[in-house]
Design a binder for this molecule. Structure first.
Ligand code: HEM
Length: 327
């Protein structure tokens, strides 16, 4: 056996085997430019579908970003969130307010005309989330593609999604279960720099939170402003920017708001209250004394991680022809 290690043929065979193993690993994952040969216009079709809807309704941008997150955490990024039917993910409480389904349908219709049966709904959603960030003036990044679609979509699986009252320990655990660390958590929740929340999901913080008063972590000057926007027993479906003053722009002001006690969701404000997450908020803000981190760059990096959760590639999964239906 000793002779084998010095035999050039043995080395050649080993090298070929290792190269094959590496190719196999790559084939099982996603990669940038997956559709370059099979559907070269795939990414530009998705981008133009998002752009044209965005022009008439900018709310689709935050809608699509959140939809991709909710897709990835439940059964992996496999477009299971798009499936219609009784007791599917879509019908579950955390998904009831999702928006932007029509953008995915637009893109899919155009893609089926250009390259039938090639581009997955899961990839359309991942690309549309990236395009949404770019349209709201965040950065552009390369999205590895090659996801395939799943068929399992159960409302009961959505309890895995973090809730708006969730403690930081629990938020961290839920993200860690998918290989996302504390920095990823803070960066990704930074997605709340765009979009809105319904009053019904946070107005409990404004009235009778503790001893008849509001949540003490809300800046006292901010409380009456929020109470005016979300009156007690008022319309719970009214929507308020998650990043007050900059809800349409992908920037770091969401983090500055947390520092100033101006977070809207209880789970968001806790990112500042808890020292382990506060450090990252401070770093994204480039606070003096902290080691600065570029929010846009880190957000993109964490998104690539999130977008790879539980993906089906190669011979797993399928390419759905209609994103909302399993045939
Ligand atoms: C601890 C984790 C998280 C919690 C508890 C949480 C919770 C929420 C809640 C309660 C809303 C308001 C929903 C509504 O009223 O329609 C919301 C909105 C939103 N979330 Fe999250 N979220 C979390 C993480 C994330 C992540 C990781 C992303 C994306 C990377 C994200 C993106 C968004 C966006 C863009 C909106 C605005 C949606 C719109 O305007 O339609 N969230 N989130």
């Amino acid at each position: 056996m000793k002779g084998a290690y010095t035999n050039p043929r043995f080395f050649l065979a080993m090298t070929v085997m290792l190269a094959m193993a590496a190719a196999l690993v790559q084939a099982q994952g996603t990669r940038v430019g997956f559709y370059a040969r099979t559907c070269p216009r795939a990414e530009s079709i998705v981008r133009s579908a998002v752009q044209s809807r965005f022009r008439s309704n900018p709310n689709i941008a935050p809608g699509l970003l959140r939809m991709h997150f909710h897709d990835c955490f439940v059964q992996g990024c496999d477009a299971s969130v798009l499936i219609d039917g009784p007791n599917t993910e879509k019908t579950a409480p955390p998904n009831r307010l999702l928006r932007g389904y029509e953008v995915i349908d637009d893109a899919k219709t155009q893609l089926e005309a250009a390259c039938p049966g090639v581009v997955s709904c899961a990839d359309i959603l991942a690309l549309a989330a990236r395009d949404s960030v770019f349209l709201t003036r965040g950065i552009n990044w390369a999205v590895p593609t090659g996801r395939r679609d799943g068929r399992v979509s159960l409302a009961s699986d959505t309890t895995i999604l973090p809730g708006f009252r969730e403690s930081i320990d629990s938020q961290k655990q839920k993200f860690a279960a998918f290989g996302l660390n504390t920095q990823d958590l803070v960066a990704l929740v930074g997605g709340h720099t765009i979009g809105t929340s319904a009053c019904q999901l946070f107005s409990y913080r404004l009235y009778n939170f503790t001893n008849g008063g509001p949540d003490p972590t809300i800046n006292s000057a901010f409380v009456p402003q929020l109470q005016a926007l979300c009156p007690q027993n008022g319309d719970g479906s009214r929507r308020i920017d998650l990043d007050t003053g900059s809800g349409n722009r992908f920037d770091t002001s969401f983090f500055a708001n947390l520092r100033n006690g101006r977070g809207i969701l209880e789970s968001d404000q806790k990112l500042w209250t808890d020292p382990s997450t506060r450090t990252f908020v401070q770093r994204f803000l480039g606070e003096r004394g902290s080691r600065p981190l570029n929010f846009n760059v880190e957000f993109a990096r964490s998104m690539v991680k999130m977008s790879n959760i539980g993906v089906k590639t190669g011979t797993n999964g399928e390419i759905r022809r209609i994103c909302s239906a399993i045939n």
